[in-house]
Design a binder for this molecule. Structure first.
Ligand code: GAP
Length: 512
């Protein structure tokens, strides 16, 4: 097992041990790729939602939020293209009986070639030192040039196959490149087939095609069908946005990597309605805005990158991902898509209702274009957990596991710990909790030594621990310990609120 795989395993174990994420219905041996968020996971998730909602809705006077139903009229999905085109190209390995997405197999193959190039470039950098010119090296080193051309060739061929549904040729490409199954190591592949990802169920007691409805595969359509409702009732003027957080469902074939790819997950999406022709300006705006939102968390800018889509979804004229370095490599965390007027136009056609914006200043009526930002809440949760999880060796030779979750997102902001369980210290601790709990999620803990209690708070990412001792009853001071520096300070109880607020308030994340 690689170091990275080890890290993911540790994170999964830690998440379960401390109540962040449990395998779903575990007493029945779980359900594949389905997870439940525990008591701390639910807090962290709420804080991430809050960070997103504040940044997107409260910080933009022209963005409002809604909460649409998961079930929608079945024609919605016909209009959106999901019934006909929301497919994955799948291929099975006959020996391992494992099923893969054909495009993912090819992407992973290209990633391996890319990694070889990066290694070659690092060697060049080490050899030439300060005089190393990366751009020239990329353009002239024969191995790097050859591999780059190889990647481009595969990309072009793959795009052509995917866009034109040439499934036979996609299979040939996999054969020609000698791609093997990661489990069996064999090249014994089936043909490539398209598979629709929507979950279907039946409404009411009547069965049959007429009662068939879908669990929404994206939250976006709930926004599109409410476009005019919101615009009219909220007196919104273009450009404006509608945001939503909610569950989405996809019958993913390859559901894996913990909460990274699940069949039931949560999305945080925003559709920004703009004047036709202005979509590229807004596409760039939202790309930058969303990247800054991620980087404000302080996990290091090098852990994020943009990746332009090779195969554009059926509704997009430009699209990219914000990729994040997860323990299993750079993967999609968020998508930013210029969706043109595709969805509103389709809903106009299928519903027979006009979905246009009337601009009173120009007396024009038009179907707006849409720029969408779409992030998976569960992926964001995993990104935070994996970046925060640290196994630290301390100066005194001991070790600690700490979750350095950005304080504004931490499940608990402060733990209040009476030094002993007697002499009025628990009562004083509870008094302090009563003072803090209106503004900060606070935990009380009186079990075990103070050292052990500090370690428990480190392991769940609590930014502050406050210890109440016998002197507290006399001088009204407590010891406050910082999770990250482990430094302790003696402060007045009256100053606690200010000290904690300075560190855990979301303001810093929102305004930089
Ligand atoms: N409305 C556009 C849309 O749904 P997408 O790229 O298919 O676009 C957006 O999905 C985001 O939703 C992804 O970037 C990812 O974070 C999250 N996501 C998609 N499928 C997922 C899955 N099976 N499990 C967890 N998150 C998923």
């Amino acid at each position: 097992m690689s170091v990275q795989e080890d890290k993911l395993k540790d994170i999964i174990g830690h998440a379960k041990e401390y109540g962040f994420v449990f395998p779903s219905s575990e007493i029945y041996d779980g359900l594949s790729a389905t997870y439940d968020y525990g008591q701390l996971g639910a807090e962290l998730k709420n804080n991430i939602k809050n960070y997103w909602w504040k940044a997107m809705v409260h910080m933009h006077e022209n963005i409002v939020g809604i909460d649409a139903a998961i079930f929608m009229h079945p024609t919605t999905w016909k209009a959106s293209g999901h019934v006909d085109a929301f497919n994955d190209p799948l291929i099975d390995n006959k020996d391992s009986k494992k099923r893969y997405r054909a495009d993912v197999l090819l992407e992973e193959h290209m990633e391996k070639i890319r990694a070889k190039n990066e290694k070659e470039i690092e060697k060049g950098r080490a050899k030439f030192g300060d005089s190393f010119d990366e751009a020239t090296f990329r353009n002239t080193n024969p191995n790097v040039v050859r591999r780059s051309a190889e990647i481009k060739g595969i990309e072009d061929k793959m795009r052509d196959c995917l866009e034109n549904s040439k499934l036979d040729e996609l299979k040939c490409l996999i054969d020609d490149l000698g791609i093997v199954c990661p489990i069996s190591g064999s090249k014994n592949w089936t043909e490539v087939r398209q598979f629709n990802l929507m979950f279907a169920t039946e409404l009411g007691s009547v069965s049959g095609e007429s009662a068939k409805i879908y669990l929404r595969p994206e939250t976006a359509q709930g926004i599109f069908v409410n476009f005019l409702n919101v615009q009219k009732s909220g007196r919104m003027k273009i450009p404006f946005g509608i945001a939503q957080i909610g569950k989405a469902f996809r019958n993913e074939i390859v559901a894996r990597q913990f909460i990274f790819r699940m069949r039931e997950f949560e999305q945080m999406e925003m559709q920004f309605f703009v004047k036709p022709g202005e979509e590229m300006k807004w596409y760039e705006y939202w790309k930058n805005f969303r990247m800054k939102w991620h980087m404000a968390l302080g996990f290091g800018d090098k852990n994020y990158r943009f990746h332009d889509h090779i195969k554009l979804a059926h509704y997009a004229n430009a699209a990219c991902d914000i990729e994040h370095e997860f323990p299993f490599g750079f993967k999609e965390l968020e998508g930013i898509h210029s969706r043109t007027d595709f969805d509103l136009k389709q809903h106009e056609e299928f519903s027979g209702k006009k979905l246009r914006f009337f601009d009173p200043e120009t007396n024009e009526s038009y179907i707006p274009f849409v720029v969408e930002t779409s992030i998976g809440l569960d992926r964001m949760f995993l990104a935070i957990l994996s970046q925060s999880y640290k196994n630290e060796k301390l100066e005194d030779g001991t070790e600690r596991v700490v979750l350095s979750i950005p304080p504004a997102l931490a499940p608990y902001k402060v733990a209040v710990l009476p030094l002993v369980k007697k002499d009025g210290l628990p009562e004083k601790a509870r008094e302090i909790i009563d003072m803090l709990k209106l503004d900060f999620n606070t935990q009380y803990d009186e079990k075990d030594s103070i050292g052990k209690r500090y370690r428990r708070q480190d392991a769940i990412g609590t930014p502050f621990s406050v210890t109440v001792d016998h002197d507290t009853l006399i001088d009204h001071k407590v010891t406050i310990r910082d999770r990250d520096t482990m430094l302790q300070d003696r402060v007045l109880i009256a100053d606690l609120h200010r000290i904690i607020d300075e560190k855990v308030n979301m303001r810093k994340l929102l305004v930089g």
